[in-house]
Design a protein around this ligand. Structure first.
Ligand code: CA
Length: 244
């Protein structure tokens, strides 16, 4: 039995619970209605403080979090929530320039949708995130227990840890999955779309910039000179390849 994002070991197959934190009541009600129609249990909070409290008490399977919120903004809620759980977090952003921060190390959300969005798009993202959190390393083909190695870089698929030259690397869940995929397929080129399908799921509807952003963060952690990478190579017009 695999522990969930809060360290619980689920013993039933009840409907996933989704916490929606949004202060615009019309949008909150629309989200609640649409998610309940899909069979999810929905909890709602109208400000950041009560959202954070509800998240830690009710331990939902996924959190939908608006950025602009009264009392505590969504970025801060996400940051605090990340200290205690890897629960999937989908941020609602109003501005494209927030995206880098939102899915970045700084905040640690898993995905985002930009307002205005369609309920169809939102449902697809929710489904993909829940599937990913349940079937975590589906992208990784190496047998369980294996430690992937590339020079002094080690990726431990069981412990979900990675190290470089013996020193532990601090990786976000998606960074770990991406590194494991690349190292497991040394020398093989991946397009951005292939990476998205393997790491974020087929129904991810964001743009391929998400891949580039994650590659950039990985390079900052594993390359001697991130500006002139020797491990994760860019293949112009195609995508990326890991050099062993
Ligand atoms: Ca808002």
């Amino acid at each position: 039995m695999v522990a969930d994002a809060w360290g619980r070991r689920p013993n039933d197959m009840s409907a996933p619970t989704i916490l929606v934190v949004e202060d615009e009541d019309n949008l909150l009600q629309a989200l609640k209605y649409n998610l309940e129609k899909e069979g999810y249990s929905v909890l709602a909070a109208g400000d950041g403080e009560s959202g954070l409290q509800l998240a830690t008490e009710a331990k939902p399977n996924l959190v939908i979090l608006d950025i602009m919120l009264p009392k505590l903004d969504g970025l801060e809620v996400c940051r605090l929530l990340r200290r205690e759980s890897v629960v999937p977090i989908l941020m609602l952003t109003a501005r494209a320039e927030e995206i880098d921060r939102v899915v970045g190390l700084e905040v640690g959300a898993d995905d985002y949708v930009t307002k205005p969005f369609s309920m169809r798009e939102l449902r697809a993202r929710v489904k993909a995130l829940l599937r990913r959190s349940r079937l975590a390393p589906e992208a990784i083909t190496a047998p369980a227990g294996q430690v992937l190695r590339a020079g002094d870089l080690e990726v431990n698929l069981v412990g979900h840890t990675a190290s470089l030259g013996g020193g532990a690397l601090e990786l976000k869940p998606r960074e770990f999955d991406l590194l494991a995929l690349l190292v497991d397929n040394k020398g093989r080129a991946f397009t951005r779309d292939q990476i998205i399908a393997r790491i974020w799921g087929d129904d991810f509807m964001g743009d391929t910039r998400t891949v580039d952003v994650h590659i950039r963060w990985l390079r900052e952690k594993i390359e001697t000179d991130p500006g002139s990478p020797k491990r994760i190579i860019t293949i112009r017009g195609l995508g990326y390849r890991f050099e062993g």
